[in-house]
Design a protein around this ligand. Structure first.
Ligand SMILES: Cc1cc2nc3c(=O)[nH]c(=O)nc-3n(C[C@H](O)[C@H](O)[C@H](O)COP(=O)(O)OP(=O)(O)OC[C@H]3O[C@@H](n4cnc5c(N)ncnc54)[C@H](O)[C@@H]3O)c2cc1C
Length: 239
């Protein structure tokens, strides 16, 4: 994961470290548990039925990314997401390219080219948002026409000659219908929260999202934007 102002992190390693950090704080993690249904049980608590059994909890947070609308639908709630498709291709930088290159965006925000760790450059395209798309017909393979258009953009940006990409995959970004994340209490559903639709920029905002949600659940109020710049939000944390 890469964000120009936040840095680079290995997504798999970071996830493992977050899980370990959570487990040392008493969290139980159930991986591979596909949520089938969220139901209200007596006393306002909720029961979450998964492929690995049922769990009861007073608070349930739906954080299923682009699938959150479907998970919420199982609780008879609606959330509207929109999706952006795209592709990213990773090219080995030519040997003569000894220094890093700038980040490029075309004026329409459709094509991008940025340096990537391991002497790679990542280039790709992102289509305008569409509400009609769902994640079901998602194909991981980049169409040759898309790869050609990305290569043409790279040639316009840099004089250096890149050979065929080392790897490539398609992209699907989900946001709320207004392009912003869906975060907070689900209306008329006590104890049910959502945190989804973070689009392309989760890495930089994730700590603030976690703390905002925790404060919303524990205290009933979200912190103001200004309070993010005061302790404890500005505090360095090691996981
Ligand atoms: C190719 C690509 C590159 C990206 N690069 C960057 C980057 O460099 N920097 C950055 O900040 N962001 C990046 N993003 C965006 C970032 O990955 C997303 O915004 C982020 O992953 C969203 O986090 P999330 O937890 O909301 O959802 P997700 O990461 O999508 O997680 C949702 C999880 O819910 C699970 N799920 C779905 N349905 C169910 C169900 N019924 N039961 C149980 N589990 C379910 C899914 O399997 C998934 O694991 C990138 C995205 C893509 C696609």
């Amino acid at each position: 994961m890469f964000t120009p102002h936040a840095g680079y992190a290995d997504a798999a390693q970071m996830t493992q470290r977050l899980i370990q950090a959570a487990q040392t704080r008493g969290l139980t993690v159930a991986t591979g548990a596909h949520v089938k249904q969220i139901q209200t049980v007596s006393g306002g608590a909720r029961s979450v039925t998964t492929t690995m059994g049922s769990f009861e909890a007073p608070i349930v947070i739906v954080a299923a990314g682009g699938w959150s609308d479907k998970v919420l639908a199982s609780a008879s709630q609606t959330a509207t997401l929109q999706f952006q498709r795209g592709a990213v291709l990773f090219y080995e930088q030519p040997p003569e390219m000894t220094a890093s290159h700038p980040i490029f965006w075309d004026v329409h925000g459709e094509f991008f080219l940025r340096p990537h760790p391991y002497h790679l450059s990542a280039a790709g395209w992102i289509a305008p948002p569409t509400p009609a798309l769902t994640l079901e017909p998602f194909d991981e393979f980049v169409a040759p026409t898309a790869a050609t258009r990305v290569a043409q953009f790279m040639e316009q940006c840099l004089a250096s000659k890149f050979v065929a990409p080392k790897r490539s995959h398609t992209i699907m970004y989900a946001t709320g219908a207004d392009g912003l994340p869906l975060m907070g209490r689900v209306h008329d559903a006590a104890g049910l929260f959502i945190a989804a639709g973070f689009g392309a920029n989760t890495f930089a905002v994730a700590p603030a999202v976690g703390k905002t949600l925790a404060q919303l659940i524990v205290d009933g109020n979200a912190p103001t934007a200004a309070s993010f710049f005061a302790t404890p939000y500005a505090k360095e944390e090691t996981l």
